[in-house]
Design a protein around this ligand. Structure first.
Ligand code: SF4
Length: 403
């Protein structure tokens, strides 16, 4: 048991389990049995499928569905095990409260406004004037990206009475079109999540560098607002917040349903062939997908549905060292995303947010650590194997050396 868990070792957990049992093989077996009992009270068919899946690997789609169905039950079980039901309810609520935001973004902003306001029309719009008008219509400040939620709330209410509010809706529509289509609008809402369309990928210019020709030689540099100043060894960016990560999770189209989750399995050059090679990127790099085969599509759907612990459980099946990966390390998954011509889903940001949301909970570390030893979503190995008695030294550069 880790030293920092000593003070908790006598703690009673839910289901008549003890804290120290989280760190013992017999204890983990008891936790597993308690979970299966709990699950069978909630859904006996799912329990049977899960148990059968442990004996005979189901086909990929069936396995994915078992994980997605079992994830929320696992979350409920863990919340009772650690006595954090209120905190989990609060975290779920944060996810669910954002649902209308993403529905509105898809229907009003990305479909209606983008279609209604052409680039030519957008260029004629005075965005700041409309912003002032909206501010007085809202009766609320509408200046910063954090005010996006007010836009969603008020305009959604107007859309309930389209005839009575037609003028106000027109103002909102034009403002959204301006924010999406013009450089000024995009710059103003750069830090937000609402007024965004997936960008077209330009492989010759993946990093939007600027060229400074004021000296004798060309200097390529990032725009000022994208610079991260390094002072010491602290992280230079905080990653996406929940809204930003959920924005990515809702952008995902959950390709496991078609068996085409190339982010996890790699993008094939000829999917109809049984033994197809991987497709190459425009730079000639094979698009092999996540080197660990993380169940990204299942993880994304669980996060988008608001199951924070279920999403983490799906993630750590293949990547128990997720604390060292996420948006600060490789992005093979993004490069192999089915979106090859437009911005891919920012999977590493979702991954990082999933872990941070769990670590912020009481017993967050213990939950993460437990799922790396016992994970009922891992049908192939829900429990650790018995110790062999051997000691193994793993050495290497980069992430390979610390697993
Ligand atoms: S991340 Fe991309 S490839 Fe993976 S499931 Fe989502 S949309 Fe599909």
């Amino acid at each position: 048991m880790p030293k920092n868990s000593d003070k908790n070792s006598g703690l009673n957990l839910g289901f008549n389990l003890k804290f120290n049992e989280l760190y013992e093989l017999d204890g983990l077996a008891k936790i597993d049995a308690a979970f299966l009992d709990f699950l069978s009270e909630q859904n006996s068919d799912l329990t049977d499928q899960l148990k059968a899946g442990r004996v005979n690997k189901p086909d990929d789609k069936v396995e994915s569905q078992i994980l997605i169905d079992a994830g929320p039950h696992l979350e409920n079980f863990l919340s009772k095990l650690f006595g954090i039901e209120n905190q989990i309810d609060g975290l779920n609520e944060c996810h669910h409260a954002l649902r209308p935001f993403f529905d509105f973004k898809r229907t009003f902003v990305q479909r209606k406004a983008f279609k209604a306001v052409t680039p030519e029309k957008a260029a004629q719009i005075d965005g700041e004037e409309l912003s002032q008008k909206l501010q007085s219509l809202f009766g609320h400040r509408f200046q910063e990206t954090k005010d996006e939620l007010i836009f969603v709330e008020k305009v959604s209410a107007w859309l309930e009475e389209p005839e009575a509010q037609s003028e106000a809706i027109e103002v909102a529509l034009n403002y959204a079109g301006w924010a999406l289509r013009t450089p000024e609008g995009r710059a103003k809402h750069q830090g937000g999540d609402l007024f965004k369309m997936p960008g077209k990928l330009d492989f010759e210019r993946l990093v939007p560098a600027e060229m400074d020709l004021t000296s004798e030689y060309a200097v390529h540099k990032l725009p000022e607002q994208r610079l991260h100043r390094r002072a010491g060894f602290k992280l230079t960016d905080s990653g996406k917040d929940l809204k930003g990560a959920l924005s990515e999770a809702h952008y995902c189209i959950y390709c496991h349903n078609q068996g085409k989750d190339s982010c996890a399995k790699g993008l094939l050059s000829n999917p109809k062939e049984e033994e197809s090679d991987f497709a190459n990127s425009p730079f000639g790099v094979p698009l092999t997908g996540c080197p660990l085969g993380v169940r990204i599509s299942e993880m994304n759907i669980l996060k988008a549905q608001g199951s924070a612990l279920g999403a983490l459980a799906a993630l750590v099946i293949e990547n128990p060292m997720t604390a060292g990966t996420g948006h600060r390390i490789c992005n093979e998954c993004m490069k192999s995303c089915v979106y090859q011509k437009q911005d891919p889903v920012n999977i590493p940001e979702i991954e990082t947010r999933i872990l941070k949301d769990v670590l912020a909970l009481p017993f967050g570390f213990e939950i993460y650590s437990l799922l790396t030893r016992w994970n009922p979503l891992n049908l192939a190995r829900p429990l650790p194997k018995a110790p062999t008695g051997f000691r193994v030294l793993v050495a290497g550069m980069g992430p390979s050396g610390y697993t």
